[in-house]
Design a binder for this molecule. Structure first.
Ligand code: ADP
Ligand code: MG
Length: 312
């Protein structure tokens, strides 16, 4: 039998006296997008940093293709690409210079670097910016460069820590699309605190709450926990509620005043796409779009209760 691409085995981590991660177990065997979902402070970055060999765990093990990350980090890292939560970009390098630097850091053979960098730039659609200083790129393009450095050495397994954090709604859609594309040829593990992100991108989800795993399953399994599907949308030049209601996939529109609408939908990806596209087409000036927070909170509450009862 082939080794799993990733195996996280009884992983626990303690900062000083405080446990941040407890008894995490999971395995990934195929290509696709896998999601670590959890509120801020739930332990996602700790798990990812350990998986990448940046942080040494207190207990347990992580294996990449059967290679222990803590015991044989150099070998394990050859199969691994990582975009940390704060992308380690060098603002004073051009995109191309930076990616060459990243390829060197990955110990790639010198003669393969130029091709590999070009390929990564093509994949991430940044080839036309290759001579541009990173400091002069938009947030969305900086994130693409961050993803390009994670894939430049063509690793099988790619870890992205909150890859869409801080991007605007259009950039989020673009980066998600890129991630899905990359996942056709690679195994991608991403973390997010945004419920809608896992729904939009992930094939399988592990949810973490206070350092413990409270859910593991498909997006479909996860959706069964979801109560009302609603979005909060702020439009600076809003149409009438009736006009919003006309968009495909929208079930109900409630005008909350102050250019803010609560929108119920059937399928989040489609609803967001419709709203974003219509907003561009009709100049509604979309300022904000997010899953309604209360439903997110209630899912967390529900799942963390389940996590606790399972343990008892
Ligand atoms: P997430 O990425 O899900 O937001 P983190 O893994 O960053 O969560 O943090 C998990 C917990 O560990 C939090 O309570 C956080 O405050 C704590 N923590 C993270 N890094 C450190 C550190 N270097 N020292 C002490 N505590 C930390
Ligand atoms: Mg984090």
């Amino acid at each position: 039998m082939d080794q799993p691409i990733v195996k996280v085995d009884e992983l626990s981590h303690r900062y000083a006296i405080q446990w941040a991660v407890r008894d995490i177990n999971f395995e990934i065997n195929g290509k696709g997008v896998y999601g670590l979902l959890g509120a801020n402070g739930s332990g996602k970055s700790t798990i990812m940093n350990i998986m990448c060999g940046i942080l040494k765990q207190t207990q347990g093990n992580v294996y990449i293709k059967g290679i222990s990350v803590s015991e044989n980090p150099v070998e394990a890292k050859k199969h691994l690409g990582f975009l940390p939560q704060l992308a380690p970009l060098h603002p004073d390098l051009t995109v191309e210079e930076y990616l060459i630097h990243a390829a060197n850091m990955r110990l790639m053979p010198a003669k393969s670097i130029s091709d590999a960098v070009k390929k990564a730039m093509e994949k991430c659609d940044i080839l036309h910016f290759r001579k541009r200083l990173i400091r002069n790129l938009s947030g969305g393009y900086k994130q693409r460069v961050g993803i390009a450095q994670a894939i430049v050495h063509n690793p099988e397994f790619i870890i992205l820590d909150e890859p869409t954090n801080g991007l605007d709604p259009n950039q989020i859609l673009e980066v998600r699309y890129l991630i899905k594309e990359i996942a056709q040829e690679h195994t991608v593990l991403l973390s997010t605190h945004i419920l809608q992100e896992v729904q939009a991108t992930c094939d399988h989800i592990w949810m973490i709450n206070e350092g413990r795993q409270v859910f593991s399953g498909t997006v479909e399994d996860f959706d069964n926990y979801l109560i009302p599907n609603s979005l909060i949308v702020v439009l600076m030049a809003p149409p009438s509620s009736a006009e919003l209601r006309q968009l495909p996939g929208i079930d109900e529109v409630e005008d909350l005043g102050n250019k803010t609408f609560k929108i119920r939908f059937k399928e989040s990806d489609e609803a967001i796409k419709q709203i974003v596209n219509a907003s561009v087409e009709k100049a509604w000036h979309l300022r904000e779009i997010r899953i309604e927070k209360t439903s997110m909170d209630s899912v967390f509450a529900e799942l963390s209760k389940k996590g606790k009862t399972k343990k008892n």
